[in-house]
Design a binder for this molecule. Structure first.
Ligand code: ACO
Length: 431
């Protein structure tokens, strides 16, 4: 086993080195505290490998994203969201038989129980759809006691059922939340439609007027979901893993992931892009003034540019950009003012030294918000769309934790910086 040496207080410690399957190196510090009294400090875990995982590989410097070893470019070109969901959850691409069985399970679990529908209908019309999604997911546990008991058979039919419920019902709950917010009649899932077409039907069909999705629009939605299916240890996925480590069931763990995603620093960036474009438009600017202000560091940042991990380009942005124009053309969108501003921002930023030297390229959110808007998804549902896409990743990471032979509860340490020991003073003697 490879090792490295760390010198602390004149004492040499030998620490094991772990090498990942793509050559990533990590120092195993699990015994550091016992051996030296030291812990490590890494606020926000930016340099901490919190787990060993088999799901997704990212190399931010090289712009690489792979699900279970398959490059995202190949999956986007040749696969579908549902096939990729299967791959992410089970580790291998499905055979024809496995694919049919998975689709049949998704169809079976698409409708919601009457109780869950009443629960959703009980929410105020102006509820945020993320509040509704996370609460409904937690509530699902009440309807499947055999899936939330401690005797859960995670590798058998129970896991298959739980995973299918999560992937299928997230779409139905999301669409129902939209219908409730509009005070409209709920649509029931149509078993003859594919995953994305069915979602669009659930959202937009009206009495006596079925919504029939254009193939380009369904394809753009499929691609959006596929590109968001997993992204290793991001905030919501780490949350799901943390909750799962306590032995919590799939629905409770995923519901926590939805709440983490709700935060504007995580799932809200595509919404922020649209807000920025609207702002620029309302100011009568074509984007030039906004960019100048962003460069001073005093104005707002250019939303949809830059990424914490990708420092060359975001491979998802490169892929989504290609389908972007097709989807817009099929919807007849050519001369949208926000789109024109977005294209101007992209053109200027890609050739401006400020952005180029700082490696600030468009990220997936720069385009995805515009696609969602073109499809007719309201802005407050953008994060919900992200949650639908991320569900396979959450399920797979929950399973990785839940199937660990000796489940170990996650419990980071801290460096206490509060007051040192002091004695209690009764209230009448306090100054
Ligand atoms: N617009 C203008 N300047 C920027 C931007 C931006 N979008 N992003 C970074 N910078 C500048 C910073 O001001 C800083 O400049 P300086 O070196 O002169 O001080 C430099 O670039 C580095 O900035 P950091 O904040 O250190 O970059 P980091 O990699 O930590 O941040 C982040 C990444 C948070 C994504 C940032 O680029 C940003 O805020 N982007 C806009 C928001 C956004 O699009 N978020 C979505 C991310 S994708 C996703 O979550 C799916």
């Amino acid at each position: 086993m490879a090792t490295t040496t760390l010198k602390l207080d004149n004492k040499e410690l030998t620490l094991p080195v772990i090498t990942g399957s793509e050559g990533e190196k990590a120092i195993d510090i699990r015994n550091l505290r016992q051996e030296s009294g030291y812990i490590t400090y890494d606020d926000g875990y930016g340099n901490t490998g919190a787990c060993l995982s088999n799901v997704t590989f990212i190399d931010g410097e090289a712009g690489i994203l792979r699900y279970r070893g398959y490059p995202i470019e190949q999956l986007a070109e040749q696969s579908s969201f549902i096939e990729v969901a299967y791959l992410i959850i089970y580790g291998e691409l499905p055979t024809n038989v496995q694919r049919s069985r998975f689709s049949a399970l998704l169809t079976e679990h698409a409708p919601l129980r009457e109780g869950v529908i009443r629960f959703i209908q009980g929410f105020p019309r102006d509820s945020h759809p993320m509040a509704l999604l996370s609460s409904s997911f937690n509530a699902l546990g009440a309807y499947y006691p055999h899936l939330v008991s401690n005797t859960l058979n995670i590798d058998g039919a129970h896991f298959d059922e739980g995973a299918a419920i999560a992937i299928s019902k997230v779409r139905t709950i999301a669409a129902h939340s939209y219908r409730v917010s509009r005070g409209g009649r709920l649509n029931y899932p149509n078993p003859d439609l594919g995953y994305c077409e069915n979602f669009l039907h659930l959202m937009f069909s009206e009495p006596y007027r079925d919504y029939v999705a254009k193939p380009e629009v369904a394809a753009a939605l499929n691609l959006f979901l596929l590109l968001h299916a997993d992204h290793e240890q991001n905030c919501s996925t780490s949350t799901v893993r943390m909750v799962a480590s306590a032995g919590a069931n799939l629905f409770a763990s995923v519901s926590s992931g939805v709440n983490a995603l709700w935060g504007p620093l995580h799932g809200g960036a595509n919404m922020a892009v649209i807000d920025m474009l609207k702002h620029i438009h309302a100011d009568g600017d074509d984007g030039t003034r906004f960019i100048q202000a962003a460069k001073t560091g005093k104005g707002d940042r250019l939303m949809g540019f830059g990424h914490r991990v990708y420092k060359h380009y975001d491979p998802r942005a490169a892929i989504i950009k290609k389908s972007f124009y097709k989807a817009l053309a099929s919807l007849g969108i050519k001369d949208d003012p926000l789109l024109n501003i977005a294209m101007k921002l992209e053109e200027v930023a890609l050739s401006d030294d400020y952005f180029v030297s700082r490696k600030l390229y468009p990220n997936v959110d720069f385009y995805s918000g515009l696609i969602m808007r073109a499809i007719g998804i309201p802005e407050n549902m953008f994060t919900v769309m992200f949650a639908i896409g991320r569900m396979p990743g959450w399920v797979a990471h929950w399973h990785e934790v839940a199937s660990t032979p000796k489940l170990k509860i996650h419990r980071p340490r801290q460096i206490y910086m509060g007051p040192a020991k002091r004695d209690f003073v009764p209230v009448n003697k306090r100054r």
